[in-house]
Design a binder for this molecule. Structure first.
Ligand code: ADP
Ligand code: MG
Length: 240
């Protein structure tokens, strides 16, 4: 059985069909890539899966066989599904460690206060934030470090599945290389990953399956190599 099963999901904003009959399954342990031009519905898909800020208008979302569509974002997070946002998002006036503690406290893990602190520190270590920086305010960090902090906060939740929305956007080439390493490291911890990226090469390197969206619809899905050579995908990306 798939860990995440998205079935015939639809979401409209007025007359705009942001998602139209989207279905896919993510197996435990894999990195599942989602690509598509700007405005194709990628972030809306994550919003509808996580219930943050809204669920789907139609269709079902199953996490480990249990229907989660219509549940609150908080409940879904407690069931073991975490996400990051396209824009680096943190509690700017809290410290680095306090941010990670929010993940450790509100995630799916039952943990004692001491274990929560250990989980927060470990998650920060995984993304390469040094202990000497734990007391700094989130707003003092660079864009890259704030992205890493957002990732650490999600990892501190101890999710079974982690949804990453364009982790490479706005990063330099060396930072992108570092991010690829971090995502591999997180996957190696047994966390299943769904990865949205506009940059196809990033997805080609990391994902076992690839879904391409275009104008809210599924354009192609399957083995990444096959998908990116699909003429419809080439056309959507090159805009012929
Ligand atoms: P992507 O992440 O692939 O760039 P989005 O999912 O952000 O695309 O957006 C898909 C479409 O839905 C776009 O046309 C966008 O303008 C529209 N959209 C997204 N969120 C909202 C919203 N909250 N209200 C109205 N329209 C929205
Ligand atoms: Mg987006």
């Amino acid at each position: 059985m798939a860990l995440l099963d998205v079935r015939n999901v639809g979401k409209a904003f007025g007359s705009l069909k942001a998602l139209d009959d989207v279905s896919f399954s993510v197996n435990a342990g894999e990195i599942f890539g989602i690509a598509g031009p700007n405005g194709s519905g990628k972030s809306t898909l994550f919003n509808t899966i996580t219930g943050i800020p809204f669920g789907p208008d139609r269709g079902k979302v199953l996490l480990d066989g249990a229907e989660i569509q219509g549940k609150s974002g908080n409940d879904i997070a407690r069931m073991g599904l975490a996400r990051t946002f396209q824009r680096e998002t943190s509690f700017d006036k809290l410290t680095v460690f306090e941010n990670a503690m929010i993940g450790a406290t509100y995630g799916g893990r039952q943990a004692t206060p001491t274990a929560q602190r250990d989980n927060a520190a470990e998650a920060l270590d995984v993304v390469g934030i040094a202990a000497k920086d734990f007391g700094r305010l989130a707003e003092e960090l660079s864009v890259f470090d704030r992205k890493c902090l957002m990732l650490a906060t999600a990892v501190a939740m101890g999710p079974r599945i982690l949804l990453l929305d364009e982790p490479a956007s706005g990063l330099t080439k060396p930072e992108i290389e570092t991010s690829i390493g971090l995502i591999r490291k997180i996957a190696a911890r047994g966390i299943t990953i769904v990865l949205i990226e506009h940059v196809l090469t990033f997805l080609m390197t990391l994902s076992q399956h690839l879904l391409v969206l275009n104008q809210g619809q599924m354009l192609a899905m399957g083995d990444p190599k096959t998908v990116i050579s699909d003429p419809r995908v080439v056309e959507a990306y090159l805009g012929t």
